[in-house]
Design a protein around this ligand. Structure first.
Ligand SMILES: [Cu+2]
Length: 294
């Protein structure tokens, strides 16, 4: 009797933990999504990579603004100063060495400066660190499949409303049931990639049929998924929340209907989710991994 009670209590505790984790997953703030009000700017940056990209964008924007203003002013001044009325006798010289060296060297210097700042950003993206968690994303026509390779399980992630491909009342109800609203149509998927906050995630990316591309704008990552090749990207998300992306390589008829959903959660919620996912998708039980690691 006592043992039965103990078991019941233990089971209740497990369910409560699971329910708590599920509630935490459902109540995440939606951060990484296109926003009509701020559509001129980027989605908020939640990784160092994304912050670097935003900074680089601002930096290049300043340079191109200065160049555009300079060229426009030069054009206006030439039109004013050298028109036929003000300048009836046009000059006849054909070369000006100093000027030619200047208009070659100045752009070279500008490009070298841009390169000096952009190449390190590119290298930071492309040097894949040791991941705390390794996930493999496979692009299919037209959905994404994910494998948590360390734990031997995987699942497919399909757009909510994929059968309809338009926002019907049924699709809206499905979205609401999954914790989204109609605004997340074309972005929300039935299952999501779940990762812990502040951990290095290595995402291996490949395609099963044609080329797709995996991206989360708020993370500053994008990688083509090429059949027969295993590419990789990495990110370390610093804020809990929901982040959306969309397949970014034209891959056929339903290319617009294979979005990406990533949920960034606390380590505790991730652990609880992982335990549930291992059970649900028949992954390698955690205790077996501990035993085989020894
Ligand atoms: Cu696609």
């Amino acid at each position: 009797m006592r043992i039965a009670k103990l078991f019941a209590g233990f089971a209740a505790l497990l369910t409560a933990t699971g329910a708590h984790a599920q509630a935490a997953l459902d109540n995440l703030e939606i951060i990484g999504k296109p926003n009509a009000e701020t559509s001129l700017s980027f989605q908020p940056a939640v990784t160092e990579l994304a912050r670097d990209l935003h900074w680089l964008d601002q930096f290049v924007f300043v340079i191109i603004t200065v160049i555009t203003l300079f060229v426009t002013a030069l054009l206006l001044w030439c039109a004013y100063r050298f028109n036929a009325k003000r300048n009836p006798n046009a000059a006849t010289f054909t070369h000006h060495s100093t000027l030619e060296v200047a208009w070659t060297m100045v752009p070279v210097i500008i490009l070298v400066i841009i390169g000096a700042f952009s190449v390190p950003v590119l290298f930071k993206q492309q040097r894949i660190p040791e991941g705390d968690i390794v996930i493999k994303a496979t692009g299919y026509q037209w959905y994404w499949g994910y494998e948590y390779v360390d734990h031997g399980f995987g699942f497919d992630s399909i757009m909510i409303g994929a059968g309809e491909n338009r926002l019907t009342p049924d699709v809206e109800a499905e979205l609401v049931e999954a914790g989204y609203s109609k605004d997340e149509f074309l972005l929300a998927t039935d299952t999501a990639v779940v990762v812990p906050v502040n951990k290095t995630i290595v995402m291996q990316v490949t395609g099963a049929d044609v080329i797709h591309s995996w991206t989360i704008p708020a993370f500053g990552v994008k990688q083509d998924a090429v059949p027969g090749r295993l590419a990789a990207l990495w990110f370390k998300a610093e804020k809990e929340g929901i982040y959306f992306g969309q397949c970014s390589e034209l891959c056929g008829q339903a290319h617009a209907y294979m979005p990406i959903t990533v949920k960034v959660v606390s380590q505790e919620v991730y652990d609880a989710w992982l335990e549930g996912a291992i059970e649900e998708y028949a992954g390698t039980p955690l205790s077996v991994q501990v035993a085989s690691a020894n």
